[in-house]
Design a protein around this ligand. Structure first.
Ligand code: C2E
Ligand code: CA
Ligand code: CA
Length: 401
């Protein structure tokens, strides 16, 4: 049975397509209201789709941009475009899909014809799929990109569940790539780590982000930044961080360093030294992606952590997935027992907000509150909310437990 994702902002066409698919015997159909929503579902990891039916004209992220993101993610399933557009636009989408080596099975004019849909869904894969490697940046581009300031800090807020207070913000790297457009970390973090450029990149981000933070309407927000394991071996890292913060008048006590469990295990001695020194200078320390690594509790307890960040993989569909809900509950409990601030990332809907609330999670981050956005959008978002994210009203029948 195929797993099918229908991406369409128009509720009527979306439901119509789902109905036709159901009648053709496909029950495993998930819907997304636009490209961003669809990417969130794809990135959730445990949802691999065999077929994606995508509309072209959608707000926030249109179908063309969505096709590019699918290409960057090396999506292997079948792609169907449903659209009311004419041939020229569809030809360019087909060309884009071909360049990204996506399997574009065909275009469905709207309204969708049942027989046509059936043929496209049952179409076998093409014998050969050529890849023109336009989707991967090179090391030279990366080096030049850092020098030319093409990397941008994006900001994703973290909100205190009890009060709705906007407490902090995670800085996430984006690359305004001259050839590929705005590119996410999946496209360059590994390359930056492998080529020894990750520390330079992190320092640039830290510098730009702290400078931008000073111009925000709430200049007292805390900030988190991701530190790669490859940076833990760099001498001078702590001094460089101190100098950057001092130059931008950002106190170390408002900075939290996020490190994944696995990165700590790769170089435990260096990691212990670097992170302890940063902690000594006043920075907070978060165990990132908690639950996905192989660190033993004994090892973890030797690091002076202040925060436990439950990985989004356990949060994203915890309201529907009892196993993930159990992991979420146990992680939150462990964090509390260890006296750590418990943060859940990947809170993408009201259901997950309510679940986290009921499990005593202290702080949440996720697209339900805001996706990561550029500095200007974040400034406007802060102004709109005046420091407090509106707490959702809980109806009796919405409570997850
Ligand atoms: P992470 O540290 O776990 O960051 C959180 C990721 O979850 C971000 O992805 C964010 O966009 C995503 N996310 C947040 N809320 C939701 C949600 O509700 N639903 C879904 N599906 N996703 C959500 P992003 O920005 O693509 O970053 C991916 C990873 O790349 C980060 O994971 C981090 O490991 C790495 N990364 C990003 N920036 C940097 C950086 O400056 N340095 C290093 N070393 N790694 C970075
Ligand atoms: Ca992180
Ligand atoms: Ca994470």
């Amino acid at each position: 049975m195929h797993r099918i994702l229908v991406v369409d902002d128009d509720a009527v066409s979306q439901q119509f397509l789902v109905m036709v698919l159901n009648r053709l015997g496909h029950d495993n159909v998930v819907v997304a209201n636009d490209g961003i929503d669809a990417l969130i579902q794809l990135d959730a990891g445990d949802r691999n789709f065999d077929v994606i039916c995508c509309d072209l004209d959608m707000p926030r992220m249109d179908g063309i941009e969505f096709v590019r993101h699918l290409g960057e993610r090396c999506y292997q399933g079948k792609l169907l475009i449903s659209s009311g557009f004419d041939g020229r636009v569809l030809e360019s989408v087909a060309e884009l899909a071909r360049l990204y080596d996506l399997w574009l099975a065909g275009v469905l004019p709207k309204p969708v014809n049942r027989q046509h849909l059936l043929e496209l869904i049952s179409q076998p894969p093409p014998a050969i799929r050529h890849s023109i490697n336009i989707s991967h940046p090179t090391e030279e581009e990366l080096r030049a990109g850092i020098e030319k300031g093409q990397f941008l800090p994006f900001f994703q807020p973290q909100v205190e569940m009890e009060s709705g207070k906007i407490r902090s913000v995670e800085v996430l790297a984006r690359w305004q790539h001259p050839r590929l457009g705005l590119t996410g970390p999946q496209q360059f973090i590994e390359l930056a780590e492998g080529s020894g450029l990750i520390t330079e990149l992190t320092k640039r981000l830290l510098c730009d982000a702290t400078r931008m933070m000073a111009k925000l309407p709430d200049p007292q927000l805390d900030m988190s930044i991701n530190l790669s394991m490859a940076s833990l071996g760099e001498t001078g890292l702590v001094a460089d961080f101190e100098a950057i913060l001092e130059a931008n008048r950002f106190p170390m006590s408002r900075l939290t360093i996020e490190a994944t469990e696995n990165s700590l295990m790769a170089h435990p001695i260096r990691a212990l030294e670097v992170l302890s020194r940063l902690r000594l200078k006043g920075a907070g320390l978060a165990i990132d992606d908690f639950g996905t690594g192989f660190a033993s509790m004994d090892r973890l307890s030797r690091f002076p952590f202040t925060e436990l960040k439950i990985d989004k993989g356990f949060v994203i569909d915890a309201a529907q997935n009892p196993t993930n809900a159990s992991i979420l509950r146990a992680s939150a409990e462990l964090g509390r027992q260890l006296g750590l601030k418990v943060v859940a990332e990947g809170v993408a809907s009201l259901a997950e907000w309510l679940l986290c609330r009921s499990l005593g999670v202290e702080v949440v981050q996720g697209s339900y509150i805001s996706p990561p956005v550029d500095a200007e959008s974040f400034r406007r978002w802060l102004l709109k909310h005046q420091g407090v994210f509106p707490l959702p009203a809980i109806a009796a029948d919405q409570h997850p437990i």
